[in-house]
Write a protein that binds this ligand. Structure first.
Ligand code: 5AD
Ligand code: FES
Length: 347
């Protein structure tokens, strides 16, 4: 059987089949995008969910070889937002119609569990009708449980690669592949809506490691999957490596939509960075979420995970309107409800 048909019908392929599918990109790309776009429409209509992204700290104890805010980057100008500043962002976002806030940051030890809890409580109290998504890296089960009890609904933790050897080429030895995988399973077990994900075209990635990524998604059954192209950052060990391509990112978005027709799948800022119409193309290849920047304008340039990141403009609400217009050009509209994973109970 045609592999795309098999994927659409069974939503389950062997590792070998995944690899074959990834290798046959030029043959299958158009058809995959068409089917994925139809599946997105069948599941979500023309509604694209928005998540207000608040980049609340760029301090990080890790040293990932690809990331611009790695601890060894002495030229990164570090910042942390105060609770008051974060609440100003959520207030602005609320006015703009956002009902999901994503708190994203480096692995910053200053943010003890107590401080994160204070933050979650404060947002919960201020915006009881909003979803709170955390994206602050690896912590232990007790911390994740406490955040969840405090009212955090969702957690994003990209697995980065499902291949241990590949993982070790992207990260220094202090970082453990097993621990990252364990975190994802723990988060799911606790009851979060969970997002994993990876970069497309990261150094040393192969069709084999990509097949493992898709196989891992098939097995984990996350509620969200974040993928975007690898984009080199000049102050990192991978500064001179090639970046990921638009075409391969779109193809993988389509395959993920076909694997999980109701998954929450963002058209990422990284995709919008390497192609001015990247996010529109992402939606047309199956993505159904966009994550406009809600961070205070004076810190946006400092949260530079990769070079030339877009959305660092000096008008706070710009991204909201920009994305509105962009989605309209492709017949979509921004949805202003929480946009929980289908079937998910609002707690
Ligand atoms: N290019 C693209 N994505 C990157 N990320 C980090 N550095 C880069 C880069 N240079 C991604 C990682 C991380 C997420 C927050 O951003 O996948 O999980
Ligand atoms: Fe940020 Fe367009 S989405 S400027």
């Amino acid at each position: 059987m045609h592999l795309l048909e098999k994927l659409e019908q069974n939503r389950n392929l062997t590792l070998e089949e995944w690899q074959a599918l990834i290798q046959k990109q030029s043959e299958y790309q158009k058809e995959a995008e068409k089917r994925a776009n139809i599946l997105r429409e069948q599941n979500f209509g023309n509604r694209i969910y928005v998540r207000g992204l608040i980049e609340f700290t760029n301090y990080c104890k890790n040293d990932c070889y690809y990331c611009g805010i790695r601890k060894s980057n002495q030229n990164a100008e570090r910042y942390r937002l105060s609770t008051e500043q974060i609440l100003e962002c959520t207030d602005t976002g609320y006015e703009l119609g956002f009902r999901t806030f994503v708190l994203q940051g480096g692995e910053d030890v200053w943010y003890t569990d107590e401080r994160i809890l204070e933050l979650v409580h404060a947002i919960r109290e201020r915006h009881p009708d909003c979803a709170i998504t955390l994206s602050l890296g690896e912590r232990n089960r007790d911390s994740y449980e406490a955040f969840f009890k405090a009212g955090a609904d969702r957690y994003l933790l990209r697995h980065e690669t499902a291949d241990k050897e590949h993982y070790e080429k992207l990260h220094p030895k202090e970082m453990s592949f097993e621990h990252r995988m364990e975190c994802l399973r723990t988060l799911k077990d606790i009851g979060y809506q969970v997002g994993c994900g990876f970069m497309v075209g990261s150094p040393y990635q192969t069709t084999q490691t990509l097949a493992e990524d898709l196989f891992f998604i098939q097995e984990l059954q996350p509620h969200m999957v974040g993928i975007g192209p690898f984009v080199p950052h000049h102050e990192t060990p991978f500064g001179k490596e090639a970046g990921g391509t638009v075409e391969q990112t779109l193809y993988l978005l389509s395959l993920i939509r076909m694997l999980k027709p109701d998954v929450l799948l963002p058209a990422t800022t990284a995709l919008g960075t390497i192609d001015p119409l990247g996010r529109e193309k992402g939606v047309q290849a199956g993505a159904n979420v966009v994550m406009p920047n809600l961070s205070p304008t004076n810190v946006r340039k400092k949260y530079e995970l990769y070079d030339n990141k877009i959305c660092t403009g000096d008008e706070a609400a710009e991204c909201r309107y920009c994305l509105n217009r962009r989605m309209e050009t492709i017949g979509c509209e921004l949805a202003t409800d929480r946009g929980d994973a289908p079937g998910w109970e609002h707690r």
